[in-house]
Design a binder for this molecule. Structure first.
Ligand code: PLP
Length: 234
């Protein structure tokens, strides 16, 4: 293990933990109400190993091939692996083999393959439904549209091999994240009326974790602030 990399990650992680604690305090919430998932995409298994040694328990990945290899290399660490990326239905069963949580369930077509994968591994899979925060009328990227959330959430909740744990969202680029997370709060309130036990709200990344925490996030997904800038894909 590189001592320099260890020290860098340790310092960065301390900074992020302080940011989260300060944001919780500012929002009148306890700092134990918000968990940090460190997004390790593009970074090697050796970094994941360092993070585990620094007390990280949850890591996030967004590309299947990379995640499958890294989670196998790090099997001895006892980490919880969150799959946070776009999901093809023909890969979903394979993701369920190593993921502890799939945060990016955004269409009914994923339910069957995720459930098959969970059944094959012999334990239910924790799922978050990813909801789109793209302003109405703009181009829609990942996430179920708020109008279609009720049906999708009911489909996940009704499957015996899937556990509906809550919602995930990403603030759209080019908009004040607070406005997006305010819309999210309204969506979350309606969602929890139907699913009171599904209390997870995964929102907030390096750039907007403070705004997300003030709007009720229970989990933040932080990459760059801990690991540094990712290599750009050519
Ligand atoms: C990459 C990614 C993150 C982490 O983003 P940073 O800006 O590096 O903190 C969080 N959530 C999702 C869905 C991502 O793809």
């Amino acid at each position: 293990m590189s001592q320099a990399r260890h020290d860098e990650l340790s310092t960065n992680l301390d900074d992020v933990r302080r940011r989260v604690a300060a944001a919780c305090a500012a929002a009148g919430r306890g700092s134990d109400e918000v968990s940090i998932t460190v997004v390790t995409k593009f970074f090697p298994a050796s970094d994941v190993r360092i993070l585990a040694g620094l007390g990280v328990t949850d890591v996030g990945e967004n590309r299947h091939q990379e995640a499958v290899e890294k989670s196998a290399e790090c099997e001895d660490l006892g980490l919880r692996w969150h799959y946070i990326g776009g999901l093809q239905s023909n890969k979903a069963a394979a993701v369920a083999a190593y993921a502890d949580v799939v945060e990016s369930v955004d269409r009914p077509k994923l339910i069957g393959p995720l459930a098959r994968g969970a059944e094959a591994r012999g334990r239910p899979l924790d799922c978050l439904v990813q909801v789109s925060l793209d302003p109405p009328g703009t181009q829609h990227r990942a996430g179920v549209l708020p109008d279609d959330l009720t049906a999708l959430a009911a489909g996940v909740a009704g499957n015996e091999f899937l556990n509906l744990r809550g919602l995930m969202a990403v603030a759209p680029l080019g908009e004040d994240p607070r406005a997006a997370f305010d819309r999210l709060s309204v969506i979350v309130d309606r969602f929890r009326a139907d699913h009171p036990g599904a209390s997870v709200l995964s929102a907030g990344m390096t750039q907007d974790m403070e705004e997300a925490i003030s709007c009720g996030a229970t989990h933040v997904r932080v990459g760059r602030a801990v690991l540094g800038e990712r290599p750009t894909i050519k």
